[in-house]
Design a protein around this ligand. Structure first.
Ligand code: HEC
Length: 171
């Protein structure tokens, strides 16, 4: 290699290095690696409609039925207050489900049957309670159909899911 070709080679190399540096500088900085999930700041868990139905509504509906079936009227009265409170909370926590007004749906589906259950408890009438509780249960299903969940079918409990609670009337 003569002197001029060495010079050309050096210049070409210098040019390549310089242009590569400029190109690299123009590229956006690589994104920061995603934070490790374990190091993220904790976020409060927000109950979904399904969570509230599964954890709050379903057991309370069952307990109301079991107490009425056991003719345990003080417990049935208490269970009715509890399930009413649950729905009052759900209306506030989730005003709309997929665009539909939750409070209006709940009142239309459960308002009248809950009043009938209340009347049966006050009269301590097991037959009236059974009819009203069945209406309430059909109200659950009416709303499930209205919100496109017809496959969630609620029924009158045929057994207790709570082995540690006594639903029978106290002597
Ligand atoms: C607003 C109308 C409405 C009423 C009234 C209603 N539900 Fe629901 N329910 C829903 C919706 C909406 C879902 C689906 C929620 C989702 O998928 O996130 C649901 C789902 C459920 C589920 C399935 C949850 C799961 O994870 O398995 C159960 C159980 C349930 N409801 C119980 C009841 C019972 C019992 C009643 C009556 C006391 C009732 N629901 C009344 C709207 C309603």
């Amino acid at each position: 290699m003569n002197k001029s070709s060495v010079l050309v080679a050096t210049l070409v190399t210098a040019f390549l290095i310089a242009s590569r540096t400029i190109l690299m500088a123009q590229q956006p900085a690589p994104a920061a690696p995603p934070p490790n999930a374990a190091d993220a700041a904790p976020v409060p868990y927000v109950l979904s409609m399904g969570d509230m139905m599964n954890t709050l509504v379903q057991p309370r509906h069952a307990k109301l039925g079991l107490a009425g079936h056991g003719e345990n009227w003080p417990l049935a009265a208490y269970a009715l207050v509890e399930i009413r409170q649950v729905f009052a909370g759900i209306k506030k926590a989730q005003p709309r489900f997929r665009g539909l007004p939750v409070a209006e749906l709940v009142d239309a589906a459960l308002g009248q049957p809950m009043n009938a259950v209340e009347a049966a408890i006050k009269q301590q009438d097991p037959k009236k309670f059974a009819v009203a509780y069945d209406q309430l249960t059909q109200g659950c299903n009416a709303c499930h159909q209205a919100v496109d969940h017809p496959f969630v079918v609620i029924k009158v409990p045929d057994a207790s899911a709570f082995p540690n609670q006594d639903f029978r009337a106290r002597p």
